[in-house]
Design a protein around this ligand. Structure first.
Ligand SMILES: Cc1cc2nc3c(=O)[nH]c(=O)nc-3n(C[C@H](O)[C@H](O)[C@H](O)COP(=O)(O)OP(=O)(O)OC[C@H]3O[C@@H](n4cnc5c(N)ncnc54)[C@H](O)[C@@H]3O)c2cc1C
Length: 380
């Protein structure tokens, strides 16, 4: 595909990400999946690449610049890890860095941000609760003011990186019902009254941990409120844009891997006296997968260009996210058909991505919620 907005810096960054994913992550795709974790040193290696430093000042380990094309390039190329769980384990922190950088006090940033951005410490974003994740405005975790502290009670669940995080950005209700009653807080993992348990036996993302978090009269200093009281919902929604863009990019990368893997297999495998790739039905599957890759690639380029102009195209991002995960689901299914029984065996990216499709379609805003939000953005 053409990359009309590519420049030398972006091309080199993409190549670095690709090489890193292929050499440092891909060889361990099966091992880490079966182990249910990745070695911590990988966090530091990825931190050194700079992928968590976009939009973050250099003094906090950031790049001192932002580039939405490069953010997307990491998402796409990282899929060459052949393991979405690896990327979730590494990237759980990425959705909490924005709120900490933008909203935390100077003292908090000086204390924790550099280590998070460089992958030395972990952090997570906790929004989803046992009572629901889609209806963010209805969250039930509370924070009440007590002198110069806030006291937090409630629970979060499905929190990626939650078992290994040192710090959490969480949403809690400080006011009345609805979206204006929510504020964001920073909670450290060693806070008294805080505990966590692992979510086990997942369909996919085995290499990453997801946790339930419990807050039982957890006291945090007043300065741990991130941003203004009652503005948490808006801040969460703002934060979602980059998360969703990243998931679109990662879906595209996963679709490419599925296409390449299926083509390779179809060239090797013979049925009825000729390579699979010479059968028209298989050729049409490849054509359709390839067209969906090209379509999403072009769309992602356009979205990145709009975002690069300073305008976050929220409706486009929502539409791209549900389209991307539908196309990813299609490509995973068709690649699996092309591999036949071989695809059904554990330990190849087609089988793994097939299991990981659904978390892409549910996490970070489900397909249903993305459709709803897109239509609302159309003023309807
Ligand atoms: C592996 C994994 C990792 C995750 N990591 C994190 C994390 O790091 N941090 C975090 O905060 N959350 C995380 N989540 C949670 C995720 O964001 C939620 O699962 C998601 O937002 C959906 O919330 P829910 O599961 O509670 O479903 P619900 O909100 O209960 O919805 C159930 C179903 O109903 C649909 N639905 C809901 N409302 C409507 C409506 N109005 N119209 C039509 N359909 C509707 C939804 O789309 C969904 O399909 C993770 C989830 C998973 C599975």
């Amino acid at each position: 595909m053409l990359r009309p907005f590519e420049n030398e810096e972006r091309r080199q960054f993409r190549e670095t990400c690709r090489r890193f994913a292929e050499t440092e992550l891909q060889p361990f795709a099966n091992e880490w999946d079966e182990a249910g974790e990745i070695p911590w040193e990988m966090h530091e290696k990825v931190g050194a690449l700079g992928v968590w430093g976009f939009g973050v000042d250099e003094k906090y380990g950031g790049l001192g610049m932002d580039d939405v094309f490069m953010r997307a390039a990491w998402g796409e190329e990282a899929a060459r890890a052949h393991n979405g769980g690896t990327l979730a384990a590494l990237g759980g922190r990425s959705i909490s860095i924005g709120p900490i950088h933008k909203l935390a006090s100077q003292d908090i940033k000086d204390r924790i941000l550099k280590d998070i951005v460089l992958g030395k410490k972990g952090s997570s974003l906790g929004i989803t609760e046992p009572g629901g994740g889609s209806d963010v405005a209805n969250m039930q975790t509370t924070a009440r003011q007590d002198g110069n502290h806030w006291v937090i009670n409630g629970a979060k669940t499905f929190i990626t990186g939650g078992m290994t995080a040192d710090h959490y950005v969480i949403g809690a209700r400080t006011g009345g019902e609805g979206l204006n009653g929510i504020s964001l807080f920073l909670v450290d993992a060693d806070a008294e009254g805080f505990s966590r348990t692992a979510l086990d036996k997942k369909m996919g993302w085995w290499a990453s941990d997801q946790a339930s978090l419990y807050f039982d009269e957890v006291r945090v200093p007043a300065e741990n409120m991130l941003g203004e009281e009652g503005r948490g919902f808006i801040q969460i929604m703002h934060n979602f844009n980059h998360e969703r863009l990243g998931m679109v990019a990662q879906s595209l990368g996963m679709m490419r891997v599925l296409l390449e893997y299926a083509i390779d297999y179809a060239q090797q495998r013979e049925t009825f006296g000729k390579p699979l790739i010479r059968h028209q039905v298989i050729r049409h599957k490849i054509a359709e997968m390839s067209a969906r890759v090209d379509r999403l690639d072009a769309w992602l380029n356009q979205i990145c260009w709009l975002a690069d102009q300073g305008e976050m195209p929220v409706a486009q991002i929502c539409k791209a996210k549900f389209s991307a995960t539908k196309d990813l689901e299609y490509c995973a299914s068709e690649a699996m058909q092309i591999l036949g029984g071989a695809g059904y065996l554990r330990g190849n990216p087609v089988e793994r991505f097939y299991r990981e499709v659904k978390v892409m379609a549910i996490g970070g805003g489900s397909e249903e919620i993305m459709r709803d939000l897109a239509v609302r953005q159309m003023g309807l």
